[in-house]
Design a protein around this ligand. Structure first.
Ligand SMILES: O=C(O)CCC(=O)C(=O)O
Length: 355
């Protein structure tokens, strides 16, 4: 789909998935307990699920996506990684060094080998029709309109592939990266494989969103995690965290202030794939991507997709700014600036902010 065509779409629509199953999406049976607090089926959604989300900062919708939808997303992932949907650039944050992935050299490799080269690809809805439509999948939108607002917009999609041996992501809060004006940011983490402790499922600290505080972060040097920064000095211990093990097709919704992380995939030969979309209330401005020419209070990033209700700022139009890019796994090192927390603390405020 041409990007230019996409910005004309006022609201994303969902057309369903084709029915052919892909062998890569078939998993060995696992015994993931789905009768836990915070786990709901589409039939069980209601007051209790909304209350759980508000109190604990997350909820799990088991069976949110069907096996056919999961298979279609996994097939699309292969096409994306093979470069069939368009170019992706490697994100190069300041002085960090990352290797390039040579897409042409992937032609001879199997699907599993190709996708294993990537850890995470951002903004996949910008060049993939399938990923674009998944933004507004009906079960997903039902929860969003229940817990966020009748009016919901999306600004980010991320495809996590996490083959065996790939790192996790350290403790963080998503509003630290994507600030909203009304703290309405929410992640929808769609499991494209059964996600377990062994293959690197999400971990959350229930209730940690309720402070409304963004704790500081530093550029850790822990090889268990990718190059994204790690939160510290928050009033919780690792023992307060719970693993969110889920069967493929589940959607884990989590508040943008919730502390969460994932560990490396420690299995042999099993993937832990997930599609993660980020949404917020359409009523809030989105001061994302700092602009020199406008104050943060007025900055409103408009490369967004409305998935429910009305956009109060429709009169501003939308923009087509972001492009798909590859997030570095950090396995070749994250470059300069990685440090132990104690030496990070000794740096001046100026030096810390540069990191
Ligand atoms: O899926 C993962 O491993 C990490 C995802 C995550 O932390 C996020 O989407 O904010």
């Amino acid at each position: 789909m041409p990007i230019g065509g996409m910005v004309k779409i006022e609201k994303a629509c969902y057309y369903g998935a084709s029915t052919t199953l892909n062998i890569m999406s078939i998993q060995s049976p696992t015994s993931i307990a789905t009768d836990q607090p915070g786990y709901f089926t589409p039939e069980q959604l209601g007051e209790d699920s909304i209350r759980f989300f508000k109190e604990k900062g997350y909820l799990v919708l088991v069976g949110g996506f069907s096996a056919q939808e999961v298979a279609q997303l996994n097939r699309e992932m292969v096409a994306i990684c093979r470069g069939e949907r368009g170019e992706m650039h490697m994100r190069n944050d300041g002085n960090r060094q990352h290797g390039e992935i040579d897409i042409d050299a992937l032609a001879e490799l199997s699907d599993e080998e190709v996708i294993s080269k990537f850890l995470c690809i951002h903004q996949v809805h910008k060049f993939s029709d399938v990923m674009f439509r998944a933004l507004a999948q009906p079960n997903l939108v039902r929860v969003l309109t229940g817990v966020v607002s009748p009016n919901v917009k999306c600004m980010q999609s991320m495809l996590f592939i996490k083959a065996s041996g790939k790192p996790g992501q350290a403790w963080h809060q998503d509003e630290d990266y994507i600030p909203t004006r009304d703290r309405s940011l929410i992640g929808a983490w769609i499991a494209l494989d059964d996600a377990t402790v062994e293959n690197g499922c999400l971990w959350v600290i229930p209730g940690s969103h309720s402070h409304g505080v963004l704790w500081p972060q530093y550029p850790h040097n822990n090889p268990d995690y990718d190059c994204a920064t790690m939160a510290y000095d928050f009033p919780y211990a690792d023992s307060d965290a719970v693993p969110v093990e889920v069967p493929a097709g589940s959607i884990v919704f989590f508040n943008g202030y919730l502390l969460h992380k994932s560990l490396p995939n420690r299995t042999t030969g099993r993937f832990r794939r997930a599609l993660v979309n980020h949404y917020m209330s359409a009523e809030s401005l989105l001061p994302w991507r700092h602009r020199e020419d406008i104050s943060n209070a007025k900055n409103d990033y408009r490369d967004i997709v409305l998935v429910a209700g009305e956009d109060p700022y429709a009169w501003k139009g939308t923009e087509d700014i972001s492009r798909a890019y590859i997030r570095p796994a950090g396995q070749g090192g994250c470059g300069d600036g990685r440090t132990e927390l104690e030496s990070f603390r000794k740096k001046s405020v100026f030096e810390r902010e540069k990191a």
